[in-house]
Design a protein around this ligand. Structure first.
Ligand SMILES: [Zn+2]
Length: 188
């Protein structure tokens, strides 16, 4: 698919994604998803552009995460990127960080029933975290269930600063740096 690569190589393209594995909806069979994912991961590494990664399992399973890590492992050190909308456990978080990737968090972090995720978050290194809206989905509390807007990101920002015990100006500076490390100056 040389057309993808020539388009992706353009300077205004700051990342490759979302790409990844969704075994929850399973719109296509896992082996087809894996082949497609590998194609785009290798392209991202060749072009030196970050990958925006989606991964979702059926509840109680971890096949998608395992397969994603398997696809990423051969590219460790050659690929930067972010696993977006992370809501997994500490073990999965560490496995992803070990491959040199960043983790991005949405409004889920603010949900009343997400205390386990907040516990995980509080134990992560601040220099490997990004925040995102995933708008129009996943509006943070107290807007949960309604259309998400970029302005609600402040809810996630404030809560996450508290979890990491960082002053908000320091956390803001850190996030800007993290963002630059993944996506470069164009998005800072
Ligand atoms: Zn996604």
């Amino acid at each position: 698919m040389p057309l993808f690569e020539s388009m992706a190589a353009r300077p205004e393209v700051v990342g490759i994604g979302e790409i990844g594995l969704d075994y929850y909806y399973e719109f296509s069979p896992p082996d087809t998803q894996m082949r497609t994912l590998s194609f785009f991961l290798e392209m991202a590494a060749r072009l030196n552009k970050p990958a925006c990664l989606h991964v979702r399992d059926k509840s109680g399973e971890s096949r998608a995460v395992d397969d994603l890590l398997g696809a990423l492992r051969p590219l460790a050190g050659r690929l930067r990127g972010v696993v977006h909308c992370f809501s997994g456990g500490l073990e999965d978080a560490r496995r992803i960080l070990d491959l040199g990737l960043h983790l991005s968090f949405t409004g889920i972090l603010t949900f009343k029933n997400a205390s386990a995720l907040r516990d995980v978050f509080a134990r992560l290194p601040a220099d490997r975290i990004l925040l995102e809206t995933d708008a129009p989905y996943l509006a943070p509390d107290p807007h949960r269930g309604h259309r998400n807007e970029p302005m609600f990101l402040t809810r996630i920002f404030t809560l996450s600063a508290g979890l990491l015990r960082l002053a908000e100006p320091d956390w803001s500076d850190r996030l800007r740096l993290n963002q630059t490390q993944v996506f470069g100056r164009a998005c800072a």
